[in-house]
Design a protein around this ligand. Sequence first.
Ligand SMILES: [Fe+2]
Ligand SMILES: [Fe+2]
Length: 234
Amino acid sequence: MGFKEIILHNAEVLELIRASEKCLDVMNYTEHGLRHAMYVARVTEKILKRLNYGDETAELGFVAGFMHDTGNSINRNHHGLLSATLAYGILKELGMPFRDINTITAAIGNHEEETGTPVNPVSAALIIADKSDAHRTRVTQNYDPKDIHDRVNHAIKKNAVYINPEKKTISSRIYMNSTSSVMEYFEIYLPRIVMSEKAAKLLECIFKLYINDVLINSPKDVKNMVVDDAEELT
Ligand SMILES: [Fe+2]
Ligand SMILES: [Fe+2]
């Protein structure tokens, strides 16, 4: 059994995810449970695979993605650092090689926009995956229309990340309705977009954000590559 399967069935990790979800639910945060962990794990793995980082690195990405928010079970503040510390102990006990543990803990410990920065390919892919997860299903049953986070997330009916390895583009596509607005989306998510652009650069790609099929950011040319809006969705 590989570490991906081991971690998916590890009672300690699953309990930490459940505990994190409970804590953030009390604080009225958006959903941070198993769905978010699986989404981030899968998208991180997909980005690394599609960009040819190899199956081993992609698996580290999956593990990092699955465990990245477990520190919320201790405190929301600096939860990236707490999650990384928890992951270190668990992965060491499971016998993962130290070099791989360090790749994962660096990625997890750098995923928050307040304290982190992309430091390796796993870290960069994790940041893009995590920041792309804005969706109405993340709004809990305590939906408050006066809360801007609830309004923005509730407005997003579809989100997806597309990777084009030939054109070296990573595109986040969001479809939102008029419950909120693009302006409000940026009011809360601008630092995440900036961090995703930085992360894509580490992966030698261009990050493009589309809202309702309109290109929103102005990605800078990386290695003289031309930005082509008519990219294939993959
Ligand atoms: Fe987080
Ligand atoms: Fe997260």
